[in-house]
Ligand binder design. Structure first.
Ligand code: ACO
Length: 353
């Protein structure tokens, strides 16, 4: 009898678990469907800087097969063709091979962009032939591809540096930032900055918030932003709590800010309706926040990873915002589905160019 009731309970637990999982995946599928459908309506050329990576080849196949993007694999042509054949993928990927072909115009462009930043002509030629992150960055900068994905085989900063140097930020922007979209049951939140700015000042926090709010709208989510801290509206005052508070002031004075934003506030204030509507009913947030802006990179990177792993959120990202052209830098070890999802985000970015 003990066995029976034990396994019955397990079955019930499993059923409840599966229902929760389905509910959550339902939300995340819904969010991704918005982006995938937008991408498919007008697919763009996406340069995959790590073209000889097996996962990139698989992702290229899926993006092309599903009509999400027109992938361009950057790397050694023979290796890429062999990988696609070994994987039994029935497609002829578009490949650009930096070591074969005449890419002097890319080297010239790189030299032109970086000659006053210490780059020599020889180095420009070497980098174009030898470093696919520079090659793909120049490709996008020159308009030969609409977007770029990289990062799978590099540490994040070294994959990010070439696009920062070559493509840079959008004219109205000064800072790039990495955003994760996390989906929970019935709830979607955007977390920033999770990957780029180590110790942002108030101006940077305000700019990152504006980029993130704009990104949320691309997913058809109306942004409500909270500037997070360990203090609630002045309950602790020091340099650390002043930064997010100053950022709120900057945004409240900024006529371009057309979304709800408030803080500084603790994370539970931001996401729990009772706290927000009870103790802090004066807040500008009419509902719990869905854009969470962390005060520094330690908090942002640690925070989203805990939410993902312990809170069981589905994560899409890191989506790089603030760049002049669509570039996304994956995390080492990301899966094919992560690449395809970010590819779709990049295509939608490119449509808005
Ligand atoms: N936004 C936009 N552009 C920037 C930024 C920024 N936040 N920071 C630097 N740049 C630009 C610079 O202006 C410079 O351009 P220039 O050469 O044309 O003048 C170029 O990028 C390189 O800047 P440096 O200062 O030489 O580069 P630095 O070595 O500081 O690298 C980087 C910048 C890579 C963003 C660095 O700040 C960094 O390492 N950040 C943390 C990344 C990280 O470790 N994230 C956590 C792990 S990632 C994860 O978990 C997915």
């Amino acid at each position: 009898a003990a066995m029976t009731s034990g396994s019955a309970r397990t079955d019930l637990d499993m059923q409840a678990y599966e229902e929760r999982l389905e509910a959550r995946l339902g939300k995340s599928r819904e969010m991704m469907r918005v982006i995938l459908n937008k991408a498919k309506s007008d697919p763009k050329r996406v340069a995959l800087a790590e073209g000889t990576d097996e996962k990139m080849v698989r992702a290229a196949y899926q993006m092309q097969d599903q009509g999400i993007a027109e992938p361009v694999l950057v790397g050694d042509r023979d290796s890429i063709t062999a990988i696609a054949a070994d994987l039994g993928l029935d497609f002829e990927p578009e490949v650009v091979d930096p070591k074969n072909g005449d890419w002097d115009h890319y080297a010239d462009r790189l030299y032109e962009l970086r000659q006053r930043k210490g780059l020599t002509k020889n180095e420009a030629h070497e980098w174009i032939r030898g470093d696919t992150n520079y090659f793909a960055s120049v490709m996008v900068e020159e308009g030969d591809a609409d977007a770029m994905l990289t990062g799978l085989t590099h540490h994040y900063p070294s994959a990010l540096r070439p696009p920062l140097q070559v493509i840079g930020t959008a004219p109205e922007a000064n800072y790039a930032a990495g955003v994760y979209m996390l989906t929970f049951k019935n709830r979607v939140i955007f977390c920033a900055d999770t990957t780029v700015n180590l110790d942002p000042d108030a101006e940077t926090l305000a700019e990152v918030t504006k980029h993130t709010a704009e990104l949320a709208r691309r997913f058809n989510v109306e942004p409500r932003a909270a500037m997070l801290s360990y203090s609630n509206f002045g309950s602790v005052t020091n340099e650390g709590t002043k930064k997010p508070r100053d950022a709120v002031e900057l945004m409240h004075d900024d006529p371009e800010v057309d979304f709800q934003v408030d803080g500084e506030m603790q994370a539970d204030t931001a996401v729990v309706e009772d706290i927000l509507e009870g103790t802090y009913e004066f807040s500008d947030l009419e509902d719990p926040a869905n854009v969470l802006v962390f005060p520094n990179l330690e908090a942002g990177n640690i925070g989203y990873k805990l939410l993902q792993r312990l809170g069981g959120a589905e994560a899409i990202g890191p989506m790089l915002v603030g760049m002049d052209k669509p570039v996304h830098v994956l995390q080492r070890g990301d899966e094919v589905k992560d690449i395809v999802n970010l590819g779709a985000v990049a295509v939608v970015d490119a449509q808005n160019e």
